[in-house]
Design a protein around this ligand. Sequence first.
Ligand code: FE2
Length: 374
Amino acid sequence: MTQMRTESRPMTEEGDFLQIKAIDHVHFYVGNAKHAMHYWWKSFGFEPVGYSGLETGNREFASYVLEAGQARFVVSAAYGPTHPIAAHQMVHGDGVKVIALEVEDVEKAWKATTERGGKTAWTPREDKDDHGIYRTSAIHTYGETLHVFVDRADYKGVFAPSYKPIQKETESTGLVAIDHIVGNVQLGKMNEWVNFYHKVMGFRQLMHFDDKDISTEYSALMSKVMQNGNGRVKFPINEPAEGKRKSQIEEYLDYYLTPGAQHIAIITGDILSTVEKLRKNGVEFLRVPQSYYEVLPQRLGEIKEDYKAIQELGILADRDDEGYLLQIFTRPIQDRPTMFIEVIQRHGSQSFGKGNFKALFESIELEQERRGNL
Ligand code: FE2
């Protein structure tokens, strides 16, 4: 059984001042939005619901909005070389630019965070069309990533002004919501960003893992999990730890070139069916050694799912005081070894699968070695 180290940091007097309702969307800047849309649609079962581009009067960039349950992804690509999306994509490759958070009041959110030291990306603004008013404000977080605060209470159109609805027949894979988004930061910077989420955003520290928990012969990392007031938004922050050879976090930083979002975990209510569909759709997952499954039943005890099916699909499992979880990690989803996706099903457990880290890291290192980056 995994021992979870839970730390409770005192909240500021104001408590949960941001009152984030949920993650509103994740915005990827990519090289080819049409291809990215196709990937999330056909491989992951996200339904394309909105489009913005030349046909909608947007002459700057092409953009698609996709949804799987409450998880909303936006993929955008520039039409020309001078647009900021093109610059971002040139430096980082495809990656997450915006982690948008739904709030009641974007003005209040911007004031509260910038008064506490957050750096403004844009001041509160209103975008209007026939469908109403879409309100946003934004601050910077790690690397070139932004947190955009969104209030869509007075906006009835699809996503935002300039987007039009689209319909495409979609085969769901059972993904329903974002569970957590992990950020990779440089060596020695984890606590700075933990403090940012605590002081500027009013998050609490849920737990931490250090290099004694998460290390193999070569790779090591440290991680702290930050969570907002209602517990719906969880942002673990990783930094590399000293190991014999290159940490997977360093490999990420070498290719993304700045800190950034490392993985997005998406919840499913039936991981066996979801992973079977994703595999059929061509999604590539990390494989752990078969020996992992020899000891799994002793480690985990009784679970609802069939151990044989779990092993066949390469799913990982972990237990803590509150229950258990099942999870699996994709290989990087673009050519650069940067971002990947986690699929997770929770049965009571609110942790992150620490018991799997060692097996998982050995698998990641094997792939790093194949890329000549270990
Ligand atoms: Fe995760």
